[in-house]
Structure formats: C-alpha cells, structure tokens
Design a protein around this ligand. Sequence first.
Ligand SMILES: Cc1cc2nc3c(=O)[nH]c(=O)nc-3n(C[C@H](O)[C@H](O)[C@H](O)COP(=O)(O)O)c2cc1C
Length: 228
Amino acid sequence: MTKKPIILAITGASGAIYAVRLLEVLLAAGYDVHLTISAAGRLVLQQELDVSVDLDDFQPNSLMLGGADAGDSKLSMLRQSAGISSEDSNVLAFEVGSPGKIHYHHFEDYMAPIASGSFLTSGMIICPCSSGSLAGIVNSLSDNLIHRAAHVHLKERRKLVLVPRETPLSSLQLDCMARISDAGAVVLPAAPGFYHGVKTIQDLVDFVVGRICDQFEIEHTLVRRWGG
Ligand SMILES: Cc1cc2nc3c(=O)[nH]c(=O)nc-3n(C[C@H](O)[C@H](O)[C@H](O)COP(=O)(O)O)c2cc1C
C-alpha cells in the first residue's frame, strides 16, 4: 500500500532549521510532502537561514539541504556546524524505495487539495508553529490554507502535530495549547532534550525532528533512544 502524503506547514516561529531537516527526513522516508509556508514563515527562513523563498514561484531546491544558494549562507553554515551533509540520508532504520516529492501550495490557495477532508493524508505537521497560527486554529478561523488544513485534520480526526516555539508562555498561549490538545492535536514543543549525548546543533535539531517522526511511526536513527 502506498503511503498517504504528509502536510508540512512552516509558520513564523523561530526554528526554521527544524522544518528544513524534517522535510529532508520525510522525503527520505518516502512520503510525498504537501508543503505550505506562511508569509511570516518566509521571513523567518530568510532571517535565520538566509534562505529566500518566493511564495508565488516556489523552488523546492531553495529549501533542500545542499540546495541552491548553499555557499556561505547561514543555512549552509548551520548545516556544516550541525554536521549535516546532503549525502547524509542515514537517518532511517529501514530501506526506502524512492524518496517522496514536494507538492507546494501557496498559503492563501483555498483551491489546494489539502483544503478538503476528501484529500486523504497521513497527517499534518506545523513546524515551527507560531503562537499566531496556534490561536487562529484554536478559534477555527480558517483564514488561510494552513489554518483550514489544520481544521480539516481535527474534524476528520487525523493526526495533527504542532511544534510551537515560544518562551515564556502566557496563560493565553497555554490555554490555546490545552484546547487544541483537547481537540485531538499533539502539542510537541521545540524543546530538545540534552540527555542523549548532545555534541552538535544537529543533535538538538534531530531530537525534535525524531520526536515528530515518532508520531508517524517512522523508524529513524536520528537519536539514540533512551534505554536503547
Ligand atoms: C524573526 C522572527 C521570529 C519570530 N519568532 C517567533 C516565535 O518564536 N514564536 C512565535 O510564536 N512567533 C514568532 N514570531 C512572530 C510571528 O511570526 C508573528 O506572530 C506572525 O504573525 C505569525 O504568522 P503566521 O502564524 O501566519 O506565520 C517571529 C517573527 C519573526 C519575524
């Protein structure tokens, strides 16, 4: 049976590197990824990784590890410091046939298939997830494709994983997290552990990405498991 695709939404919280690494792992695991990026998500990609993404003319290579503007970009330097190389696909504990593909959707395109519950998926990940998107989804606003697709996953009782990055947290943000958790979503903060022999940034990034993969039962070798 072929794998159903996974939706990945990148919103404007800090931690764009988590999304880039997650995208690489999901594709390597053979998942087609339906990708969408908010306007603020684009700003954070630029700010943190020097990655320029044109939301109206998206080029998959701009986000890929080892991609287009590598050179001395922040993404390139961050990847080097993290020990991540484009050949580094040794992150899965199983043999994969062919890698998945990216299907990009503009965050305001309500005609995209992921706006409808009739489009079957394995689930949706919002990584990183801004407090703004969290609040928008909790209040069922559906005022962009990301909020709409998240709402679809809640109403269809499908896997929805949110990766917020904010500290400290207000009572309002904590309330939003509790409410979306009650509605069936998994709140998985970008809060890496330090107990697995951390040496590089990659270890921290991979801790969070590994925990996201665990939610989809993707057998990976991103982190040494406790007791393993
Ligand atoms: C460089 C940068 C870093 C940001 N970091 C965070 C963050 O860590 N967490 C957060 O909730 N919002 C953060 N924000 C604010 C959000 O981007 C802002 O609330 C935005 O409206 C969210 O929109 P979106 O959910 O559509 O992406 C950041 C903004 C910028 C420009």
